[in-house]
Design a protein around this ligand. Structure first.
Ligand SMILES: Cc1ncc(COP(=O)(O)O)c(C=O)c1O
Length: 367
């Protein structure tokens, strides 16, 4: 297989697992057969051998370069998805009798809150539930508790298409779920003690979770936990305490190199802003045919959720788009409507194609 056999005709708007760069798929397909001229494919090497040691080292170094991650943060490649972090965070950082602050901006934070409540107390300092999770709180709407063990938020809310434009400032260690927008824009490391992300949107295939954690914060973790649930053990063992998800880390490494080759996260952000603006423009100029789910001030550049005049028209739009080669545009079942996920690897031309399609569909279906 070579790059010419990669299917580039279908535009995949999936919310995750999402589209990967064609260059990454092409390289992976070659290394599947033989990596580094070892005569053995990447899936078949021992994680203790030279080839995979090289892969992990480069993935770590390139991840640090992509994210501009300071040296006092550990970079860990863990398993269990982002959802495992919902439990592992309170297990490590929420001592008996303590509470932590959570901002509830949708289903993924709601799940994290539920898991924290199994360990200690999650204080919900703000919730967007009553208004359909369309917005993100302003700094004066947030009153953090100085006694909280940590504060927790989610930068980009995949289901509703909302995002924080700026990281909050807290007096306690700040933890962020960045599963659906990591490396789509720069991260303010000064404000965070820990950031995590499931890989399957902006980093690579499902199976690895990136955890970036400040060493002095990691040192405050509970120590009476089973080994697999201790950040410190994974850090000491270079993310190889047990057999790691080699292929997922390998692909993540290729994605990091791809981001660097484009000019890094700053360049990625410019491209993402242009891509999202094209689709929002098609919504805003539709004379009310399309309505965005998120408040304008909270619009995500990764997930764009919107509706047409009715659920029936939404369904017709999704079917017609699929016929035109644009797939996975159905909104999440809890919100309905249409959702275009345009992660880092989603091509800019694809956003232009969708925007044109939206304009002609609106013109043809206006009552
Ligand atoms: C923001 C966010 N957090 C967490 C998750 C859960 O990730 P995982 O399936 O890796 O556990 C998702 C999945 O879509 C997500 O979008």
């Amino acid at each position: 297989m070579n790059s010419s056999t990669v299917n580039t005709t279908t535009l995949n708007f999936s919310a995750g697992p999402g589209v990967l760069p064609a260059e990454v798929i092409a390289q992976a397909s070659r290394d599947l057969v033989d990596i580094d001229n070892t005569g053995i494919g990447v899936l078949e090497h021992s994680h203790r051998g030279g080839a995979i040691t090289r892969v992990f080292q480069e993935a770590q170094e390139d991840c640090r370069a992509v994210g501009g991650i300071p040296e006092d943060f550990e970079i860990l490649f863990l398993q269990g998805g982002a959802s495992a972090q919902f439990g592992m965070i309170p297990m490590n950082f929420l001592p008996t009798g303590a509470s932590a602050d959570y901002v509830d901006t949708g289903a993924w934070t709601t799940k994290a809150i539920k898991d924290a409540d199994t360990v200690g107390t999650a204080n919900v300092v703000w919730s967007g539930k009553d208004s359909g999770y369309r917005s993100i709180p302003t700094s004066d709407q947030l009153i953090w508790n100085d006694g909280a063990a940590y504060s927790y938020y989610c930068t980009n809310n995949t289901i509703y298409g909302t995002r924080w434009n700026e990281s909050p400032r807290t007096n306690t260690p700040l933890i962020s779920d960045m599963s659906s927008d990591i490396f789509s824009r720069p991260i303010d490391w000064d404000r965070h003690a820990m950031v995590f992300a499931g890989a399957q949107k902006n980093i690579g295939p499902a199976g690895v979770t990136l955890v970036i954690i400040r060493k002095d914060f990691m040192a405050t973790a509970q120590s009476n936990l089973p080994a697999m649930f201790r950040y410190g053990i994974h850090a000491d063992k270079g993310s190889m305490y047990n057999t790691p998800p080699v292929f997922a880390v390998y692909c993540a490494g290729l994605v990091f190199k791809w981001i660097l080759s484009l000019g890094g996260v700053a360049e990625m952000e410019k491209i993402n802003n242009r891509k999202a603006a094209t689709i929002y423009e098609a919504i805003d100029s539709s004379d009310g045919f399309f309505t965005g789910h998120a408040d304008v001030a909270a619009r995500s550049t990764m997930n764009i959720a919107f509706t047409s005049p009715s659920p029936e028209v939404d369904a017709a739009f999704i079917a017609a788009a699929a016929d035109a080669g644009m797939v996975n545009l159905k909104g999440h079942r809890s919100v309905g409507g249409i959702r275009a996920s345009v992660y880092n690897a989603f091509p800019e031309e694809g956003c232009n194609t969708l925007a044109s399609f939206m304009r002609s569909f609106a013109a043809d279906n206006r009552s």
